[in-house]
Design a protein around this ligand. Structure first.
Ligand code: ADP
Length: 542
């Protein structure tokens, strides 16, 4: 017997329609790339998105075609996304922080036909456009008055391009499993891999993100996604905000502490989201100007582990709740949020911070397990760690063109590449990346745990731990450190500080002091490069 409910395809453009009808006047405030603050609302975004869809159609863009964007978070980027989506084409976000050749490679892999680009990135596009034969037109997200000289053959200003048609356009209807968007993983190992979201996965994922134990977002929020739309599906903010009718405050190219602070305070932001590096810059700025955050209630921190000091400072000094989150491009991206279940409601002080250092528990739609190398499930005791695997309706089932098939198994479990433990209540804590974990005498040592301990030393600015080949133990940890300016910690003083706080066999065998630690385009420590730098290193006495 079948259910007798309507088949209402979960299409992303229904989200902007909903926002237009029920939250039409809600403000979308952007720092424009040209400079001034720009104000619009969901009604206008919806109308302009229809215009973009109609104009794209005039350019011959069809269902399933890839349309790239290389842009900051602004209202124009939102209009472009929904225009692409409502036509049935596929948005493809490009990360401008990647190497130019890598971007060209990605565009060729996706066969992008058009590109929406911000003024900031025009020189970058000028350098690579000739290497992307599929690229027919470049739409510069500005107006004719701000359009610079460019050697690009087919570049047009967005405003004039869009105004060649009106907004009388009916969204296309199609199967909810059709591709909606693409985002490539940053490819710190091997070529980048294309993740393809569907309309259905984006809609279901946004519904999961909005839940009270996840981002708990509502029409009363003024949400500022500092995380760019080009990073891991923009953490779903372009979908979840209009879905619940939250105002969006879009920081444009202003990613420094002062610009972020200005938007947070002048635009009365209640919730914001970004990677830890952004929050370090903001907290430094707040300290410099002796500032306050009277309207901000929640800050979502993810992308890499949130340092305890950030959580503590936000909560104790500024009265802002920290929501530590974990996810990845392949998961749309949200996997877990560390919200507090009633069993943990009594925690305070250091114990609460211990809990908040965990990445948290998943929403409905994300299944999770940890396994050993032979795929045997491991216990959820908050200690035993293993490979973290996930599945669900907003988790990738494959990469574009079938690359990286080894990450998916027959039962649809996707191997995240992360190593984690899970406690009895389902709180997950990442202890490492599978390729970074140090395998010593058949046991695993968490490089992240050692790094976290090392950076809690007052004289340490940044720390990275890598495994170095060892004749007896297979691998042993080497601690690489950047000293804080003006301090002179020694190997002995650091090891003495760590001693007693971790198992004896986890203690690094040596400490190396460096001036710089390499980072990826999304701000993570690039262990592959670091391992390369230390490839000729051997421990004293081995
Ligand atoms: P990129 O490398 O381009 O940022 P992703 O956002 O997909 O790509 O990266 C996902 C990975 O980032 C995760 O598999 C995990 O290793 C790491 N990560 C994300 N959030 C956290 C977190 N809160 N704590 C620790 N690691 C995290």
């Amino acid at each position: 017997m079948k259910g007798l409910m309507q088949d209402w395809p979960l299409l992303c453009h229904k989200i902007i329609d909903h926002a237009d009808i029920y939250h039409g006047d809600r403000e979308i405030v952007s720092r424009s790339v040209e400079g001034p603050i720009h104000r619009t609302n969901y009604r206008a975004i919806g109308e302009r998105a229809r215009q973009v869809a109609k104009r794209l159609e005039l350019d011959g863009i069809k269902f399933g075609d890839r349309v790239a964007t290389m842009a900051w978070n602004t209202w124009r980027h939102m209009e472009a996304w929904y225009g692409i989506l409502g036509l049935g084409a596929v948005y493809h976000t490009l990360n401008p922080r990647l190497f130019p050749d890598q971007i060209a490679w990605i565009m060729n892999d996706a066969e992008d036909r058009l590109l929406f680009v911000d003024l900031t990135f025009l020189p970058l596009v000028e350098a690579i456009a000739d290497k992307v034969p599929s690229l027919e037109k470049i739409i510069v997200l500005t107006d004719a008055a701000h359009m610079p000289e460019t050697k690009l053959k087919n570049a047009v200003p967005y405003e004039e391009w869009a105004s060649e048609v009106d907004n009388d356009f009916a969204w296309n209807e199609f199967d909810e499993n059709s591709a909606a968007g693409m985002c490539y993983t940053s490819g710190t190992t091997g070529d980048p891999k294309g993740v393809v979201y569907s309309h259905r996965s984006n809609v279901l994922h946004a519904m999961a993100v909005a839940q009270p134990d996840m981002l708990n977002l509502s029409s009363r929020d003024r949400m500022m996604p500092v995380v760019p739309l080009f990073h891991a599906n923009g953490w779903s903010t372009a979908f979840v905000c209009p879905m619940v009718g939250a105002s969006m405050i879009l920081p444009g190219a202003g990613m420094d502490g002062q610009s972020i602070y200005q938007m947070l305070t002048e635009e009365r932001v209640t919730m914001t989201a970004a990677v830890p590096t952004v929050w370090l810059m903001l907290l430094q700025h707040l300290q410099d100007i002796d500032g306050a955050l009277p309207d901000l209630e929640n800050v979502v921190i993810g992308g890499s582990a949130c340092p305890r000091a950030i959580t503590q400072t936000f909560q104790d000094k500024y009265g802002v709740r920290v929501m530590h989150a974990w996810g990845m491009t392949e998961m749309s991206p949200l996997g877990t949020v560390c919200s507090i279940k009633p069993e943990y409601a009594h925690l305070a002080g250091e114990e609460k911070l211990d809990l908040q250092a965990k990445q948290g528990h998943p929403p409905f739609t994300v299944e999770m397990k940890i396994t050993d190398d032979d795929n045997n499930a491991l216990p959820w005791d908050g200690e035993t760690f293993g490979r973290l695997k996930v599945r669900g309706p907003a988790v990738s089932s494959a990469y574009y063109k079938g690359h990286g098939a080894e990450h998916f198994d027959a039962e649809n479990w996707f191997d995240t590449g992360d190593v984690a433990h899970v406690d009895a209540l389902g709180y997950m804590e990442i202890t490492d990346r599978a390729k970074d974990v140090i395998k010593s005498g058949g046991e695993w040592i968490s490089s992240i745990e050692l790094e976290n301990l090392a950076v809690s030393h007052d004289d340490v600015a940044e720390a990275a731990v890598i495994g170095i080949a060892h004749p007896k133990w297979d691998e042993r940890p080497l601690l690489v450190i950047i000293r804080k300016e003006g301090s002179t910690p020694t190997k002995e003083s650091i090891l003495e500080f760590m001693s007693g706080k971790i198992a004896k066999w986890w203690m690094p065998d040596d400490v190396a002091f460096v001036d710089e630690i390499p980072h990826t385009a999304t701000g993570k420590i690039q262990k592959t490069v670091l391992r390369e730098q230390f490839k000729d290193y051997s421990f004293p006495g081995t």
